[in-house]
Every structure is written in C-alpha cells, then in structure tokens.
Design a protein around this ligand. Structure first.
Ligand SMILES: Nc1nc2c(ncn2[C@@H]2O[C@H](COP(=O)(O)OP(=O)(O)OP(=O)(O)O)[C@@H](O)[C@H]2O)c(=O)[nH]1
Ligand SMILES: [Mg+2]
Length: 285
C-alpha cells in the first residue's frame, strides 16, 4: 500500500508524537543508512527539543560502510545525539541500542525507574523489525511495502526499558527534489508517486558518478557509458528488455535496475554523504 500523506494525516502524526514526547526519556529515530538526511523529517528535531536521541542508521547492510562511518561522526557531533549503524533484524547489532539508552539516560532503567523510549521514523524504514528484535518476539507487523502500522502499544523489554511502538510515524519530507529522488530510489516513497523511468535515470547517473566499478562488474561492460540513458539502454539490451521492433523497454529496464539496486546486487551503495550538505541550488522552501 502506498501512503498518501495529506495535510490531515501530517497534523495527526505531529499531534500524536507531540503528545507522547513529554512521557519519554529518549527518542530512537530510525533512519535509512543509505540516506540518513532524506529519510528524516526535520520536524522531529523541533518536537524532541532537548530530549536525547539515538539516530539508528538501519539497513546498514545495504549502505556503503565508509559513508556510514562518516555519518556516525557527523551525527555524534550534535548535542544529545548518538548514531548507531544497525541491521534491524540482527540482535547482535540492535543490542547496542539498549546499552546506549542506559548510558544516555543514566538515572533510569533501574528497578523502580523505567526508562521510556519511543521509536520514530518514516514509513518502511524498519521500525517494526527493530521493535520485534528489541522485544525478542513478534509484536509489530513487518512489511516490504510502505504501510501504516496502527494500534498503539507499550512494550516492556523486560530490562527496565519500556517502548512506545506508536505513534512514531513521520512522513518523508520531499520538498527537496534530491531527497524525493533518493527516497524513490530506495522504494521508500510509493512507486506510484514518481515516474519509474525518471527515478531509474537518476539512479543510473548517481551510480556512474559514485560507484562506476561495482556497476561495470554487475552489468559486465568494459568501457564506461557516456550518459545515464546510455547506461539504461545497455542494461536493458543485455537483459533482453525489448519491445517489438528491437526497441528498448524502458519501463521494464528501469524496474530491473531499481530492483537490483534495492536488493544490494550492485553492491553496498549510499545515496548521500555528509559532504553533500547543505545542498546548494535546491528548493528548500
Ligand atoms: N536489508 C535490510 N532490510 C531491512 C532491514 N530492516 C528492515 N528491513 C526491511 O525493510 C522493510 C520494512 O520494514 P518494517 O519493519 O516493516 O518497516 P516500518 O518502518 O515498520 O514500516 P511501516 O510500518 O510501513 O511504517 C521490510 O521488508 C524489512 O524486511 C535491514 O536492516 N536490512
Ligand atoms: Mg511498521
């Protein structure tokens, strides 16, 4: 299901988070490690005020490890913030969140003083997977399509920490064109919302610039293509994505490229790095 974020939904989501915020000691913000800024919503910074925050860089298995490292350094500089790369389904990586919570809120999480945390993030970023791993049991529904998790719950992690599952849903902030494209590349905003061919061309151009070697290895070419459309054309032809008359099936090729990129088949790819910010020439209104 594709979420359509209407002003009414946004106002409700904001109100729900604002209501829970005073009741929590720490915020666990789930971001996509491949695009930690584009997968955040700046509103959260306003809502959390001075509350400590762990920025969890999830899906780090799909992200470029060197870029993830520079994101951790970037976020760790911010007051009251610690960043942690994780894979939400892996207990070994998720366990560090508990340790960090205790360190960042030292007077809580002890007998008689529950440490209260809230998981927040945009759709499909891995909130439910993370909550299930933290709880050690299946509590929240996990889906591969963006969908709204309803049904508010308080989860006792049985280690002095209580978790509010919902409301922690924020909408992706797509006022910035680049953010919109990056989110679309990962599938975080509904495929219906953007033109597949456009998104694939954006991905192709980005990969040519930042990941030429893995790209050449995956699609087996010797000389680099000269343009994004040439790259898409070559991929399509080599995979037999053609329509009558031997013309390229652009739609099918675009889907193939995005599917393989999202599955990590082109390698571990990050879509933005700290050096990209602040971005110039963008409509930030
Ligand atoms: N590769 C990879 N995939 C992940 C990871 N964490 C979650 N996913 C996948 O991402 C998709 C979304 O995960 P969910 O846990 O449902 O995300 P959510 O934030 O709860 O989504 P909504 O309920 O729609 O807001 C699922 O297909 C998960 O399997 C991870 O660390 N690595
Ligand atoms: Mg969910």
């Amino acid at each position: 299901m594709t979420i359509e974020w209407f002003p009414g939904h946004m106002a409700k989501a904001k109100r729900q988070i604002a209501e829970v915020m005073p009741k929590v000691d720490i915020v666990i913000e789930v971001l996509d490690a491949r695009l930690p800024v584009s997968s955040s919503n700046p509103l959260l910074e306003k809502l959390r005020g001075h509350k400590p925050c762990i920025k969890v860089l999830n899906k780090s298995d799909l992200a470029d490890p060197a870029v993830t490292k520079s994101w951790v350094a970037y976020f760790d500089q911010l007051a009251g913030v610690k960043a942690l790369p994780i894979e939400a389904s892996k207990r070994s990586t998720v366990g560090q969140i508990t340790t960090l919570c205790r360190r960042m809120v030292p007077n809580r999480g002890v007998p008689g003083k529950t440490l209260r945390a809230m998981v927040v993030g945009i759709p499909n970023v891995g909130k439910s997977t993370l909550i299930n791993t933290l709880a050690g049991r299946k509590i929240a529904r996990v889906g591969d399509k963006p969908a709204i998790t309803t049904c508010p719950q308080q989860i006792d992690l049985r280690n002095g920490i209580h978790l509010a599952d919902t409301p922690g849903l924020l909408w992706p902030d797509i006022r910035n064109q680049k953010s919109a494209y990056r989110l679309a590349v990962t599938g975080a905003i509904g495929d219906a919302a953007m033109d597949y061919v456009d998104v694939a061309l954006y991905a192709a151009e980005y990969l040519m610039k930042h990941y030429p070697k893995p790209l050449a290895a995956r699609y087996k070419f010797q000389d680099a293509p000269e343009s994004a459309s040439e790259l898409v054309d070559r991929i399509g032809r080599s995979r037999g994505c053609l329509i009558a008359g031997g013309q390229l099936d652009q739609q099918r090729t675009s889907e193939l490229l995005l599917r393989e990129l999202r599955a990590g088949l082109i390698g571990r790819v990050s879509l933005e790095s700290p050096e990209d910010f602040p971005e110039k020439g963008e409509d930030e209104s």
